[in-house]
Design a protein around this ligand. Structure first.
Ligand SMILES: O[B-]1(O)OCc2ccccc21
Ligand SMILES: [Zn+2]
Length: 263
């Protein structure tokens, strides 16, 4: 039985069901988005993203990824529109990536992998009083997924990788202020949306996913820095514990439809 979940053979996605039975649930994420099967829904509203750079607080090496956390004590930074009723409060954002640039995103589009994927996490502050409470409800969370494609260096991601020296190992954190995540969004806000889950244990089925069609860029060198972070507290066996890869494979669509905001 695994003690602490991770992304290796002994504790990775293929055995998460041992401790987290939801792994075999009916609305698991990520999925392969088959574009010809997506249903254009003209009732979907445009996404409304209103973030305040002063909400940014800290960057943390969680041992599974690195997370930028925001002050979610009030509705200063929120996501509205799209498929959502009401407003969802910005909580954190983080990334998933692979051991090489050819794969690493969690969602796929017509079977195609991107190099990495950004998740901007929000919770339904109209219906619930905390992220933890919302994370247990089917309409509790809203996650904006953005694909990352290898290309020109991304000046905004540079601000994030500049903090890595202070958060090399698990549990380390460092102040991360004056950052508006809108700078990580592509020009087009066209999206697909479907009901899903966290892609990490406990795999709670409380996420309404909004996956943007257009990727943003990251350079090969910037992405290589992601992999230099450590999954573990110590730096003993430097090679063994590098954060090489932290993406979950795609899961069965089962009885779900993917809707598109665009024709
Ligand atoms: O599963 B995720 O990585 O994507 C959605 C989410 C929300 C909160 C924590 C972690 C995640
Ligand atoms: Zn994620």
């Amino acid at each position: 039985m695994m003690h602490q979940w991770g992304y290796e053979d002994h504790n990775g996605p293929e055995v998460w069901h041992d401790l987290f039975p939801l792994a075999n649930g009916d609305r698991q994420s990520p999925i392969n988005i088959i574009t010809r099967d997506a249903i254009y829904d003209p009732s979907l509203q445009p996404l409304q993203v209103n973030y305040d750079h002063d909400s940014a607080k800290v960057v943390i090496n969680t041992g599974h990824t690195f997370t930028m956390e925001f002050d979610d004590g009030d509705d200063t930074s929120v996501l509205r529109g799209g498929p959502f009723i009401g407003s969802y409060r910005l909580r954190q954002f983080h990334f998933h990536w692979g051991s090489s640039d050819g794969h690493g995103s969690e969602h796929k589009v017509d079977g195609m992998d991107y190099a990495a994927e950004l998740h901007i996490v929000h919770w339904n502050s109209e219906k619930f009083s905390s992220f933890v409470e919302a994370a247990c409800a089917p309409d509790g969370l809203a996650v904006l997924g953005v694909f990352l494609k290898i290309g020109e260096p991304n000046r905004y991601i540079e601000r994030i990788t500049d903090t890595f020296g202070a958060i090399r190992s698990k549990g380390k954190q460092s102040p991360f202020t004056n950052f508006d995540p809108s700078c990580l969004l592509p020009a087009s806000m066209d999206f697909w949306t479907y009901p899903g889950s966290l892609t990490v244990p406990p795999l709670l089925e409380s996420v309404t996913w909004v996956v943007l069609k257009e990727p943003i860029s990251i350079s090969h060198e910037q992405l290589a820095r992601f992999r230099s972070l450590l999954f573990t507290k110590d730096t003993a066996e430097i090679e063994a514990c590098c954060m090489k890869s932290n993406h979950r494979p795609v899961q069965p669509l089962k009885n779900r439809k993917v809707r598109a905001s665009f024709l």
